[in-house]
Design a protein around this ligand. Structure first.
Ligand code: F0G
Length: 419
């Protein structure tokens, strides 16, 4: 039987119990799938004939068979071979897994389709999260789809406009907390503890992680049942890197792949407690009290899943790196201009990290590397506009337009010849 289990003391909880932290030691939980049962079920299932998507893996998800899914067609995002970017960085095998192609424009939809389906299965009528933006946008959409109430707490003034507009249009109750994400998360944890009718959907909820692990499965399938040598992903609250590693590990244990990637987490240098712990060979993080970065999505000082992330990086013989805001913005522009892929700043940190790790000789040129870009560039139009050349305003006249483009008008050319 699949169950929930504490990552520290391994205390077990039933799959349908609403519990966010271990009642014995206070640590976070994970879902332990009954893999023998999954192996049996998939043997007789047609899963490989269904389209690439989160629910292609329904047999790998801890959702009861009869449950109606809350879905907007998430997952199945492109794995784009990026030869021009690879050449620019001195690599030979590079892919970008672009999660901006999800329904609300970020990887959070993978977790929310499973998390909100579970919420409905458990009879919840009100869901809540704290967010730097994307989680709130996604939860608001899936709650609307399910017809249940949604509340989101966001750090006041520190979320990108695209994300705020999403949470608002989907009808969520939006509370702008005068504080940072870590403080907002403390409040929602306390609220969910105090008011049992509110179901918490931050990534400490292990059902979110179950959805997000599908990214790992998909990458293997898109590479013809092989894992890459390395997977690079931006890290904030640290749920996603843990989830993707769980996906790879389960595919490996089920015998669907024969190799595992080095998991590589990238943080913004102003909010990098996990990267600092990995670099310093520490077993614990030192939270950053006042995290700062232009990549507001990962402006997080006390990541709740830090222990899972450190385990994923160490178990997979991976690494972690920090990147400056300047490196992030350069990478965002480079990806948009060289490969045509427009991502938000936090997402570009995986590309910035790749560039730094190649430069430092940590990644060698023949490695098969997958960089995950986590959210769409339209989430944060202000940053994109501030990075780019301003549009040129012209009169509504052909000559003015030709002039602005540096094109010679035929008349001017004829006159020049005649002279
Ligand atoms: N990239 C983007 C675009 C994100 O929105 C986030 C997290 C991350 C990377 C980091 O993922 O937290 O699983 O390590 N955003 C959360 C939010 C915190 O509230 O939207 P993580």
């Amino acid at each position: 039987m699949s169950h929930q289990e504490c990552i520290n003391c391994h205390a077990k909880y039933e799959i349908d119990e609403i519990v966010y932290f271990c009642e014995k030691c206070g640590d976070i939980l994970e879902i332990k799938l009954d893999l023998t049962n999954v192996a049996e079920t998939i043997k007789n299932s047609e899963w490989k004939k269904t389209p690439l998507s989160v629910w292609r893996y329904r047999n790998f998800m801890p959702i009861h068979e009869a449950t109606k899914l809350v879905t907007l067609n998430e997952g199945g995002t492109g794995l784009h071979r990026s030869d021009r970017l690879a050449a620019e960085l001195g690599l030979t095998n590079l892919w970008v897994k672009n999660e901006g192609e999800n329904p609300t424009g970020s990887f959070k939809d993978r977790g929310m389709t499973v998390g909100v389906t579970k919420a409905v299965e458990l009879g919840a009528r009100h869901v809540i999260c704290a967010s730097t933006g994307n989680t709130s946008a996604s939860l608001a959409a899936y709650a609307a789809r399910a017809g249940i109430k949604c509340t989101v707490l966001i750090p006041s003034g520190k979320i990108a406009y695209g994300k705020l507009s999403q949470a608002m249009i989907h009808g969520a109750k939006v509370l702008q907390v005068r504080g940072n994400f870590d403080e907002a998360l403390e409040f929602v944890l306390k609220l969910a503890e105090k008011h049992k009718s509110i179901y918490l959907l931050n990534s400490i909820n292990p059902f979110r992680i179950e959805g997000q692990k599908s990214l790992g499965y998909e990458v293997c399938e898109q590479l013809n049942y092989e894992a890459p040598d390395r997977l690079i992903v931006p890290v904030g609250n640290a749920g996603n890197i843990s989830a993707i590693w769980k996906g790879f590990s389960e595919f490996y244990k089920l015998g669907l792949i024969k190799n595992l990637p080095n998991m590589t987490g990238i943080q913004a240098s102003g909010s990098a407690p996990i990267a600092q712990a990995i670099k310093g060979h520490k077993d614990k993080i030192v939270p950053v009290a006042k995290p700062e970065t232009v990549a507001t999505a990962i402006r997080i000082g006390a990541p709740v899943s830090w222990k899972k992330a450190i385990n994923a990086i160490r178990e997979s013989h991976g690494t972690a790196e920090t990147v400056t805001d300047e490196e992030i913005l350069d990478a965002q522009k480079m990806l948009a201009r060289i490969e045509g892929i427009f991502v938000e700043p936090a997402s570009a940190s995986s590309i910035a990290g790749l560039k730094k790790l190649v430069r430092n000789g940590i990644i060698n040129k023949d490695e098969r590397v997958v960089c995950v870009t986590t959210g769409h560039g339209l989430k944060d139009p202000d940053t994109a506009i501030s990075l780019s050349e301003k549009p040129v305003e012209v009169d509504a006249e052909m000559s003015a337009i030709e002039n602005a483009l540096g094109l010679e008008t035929p008349l001017a050319t004829a006159y020049a010849r005649w002279k």
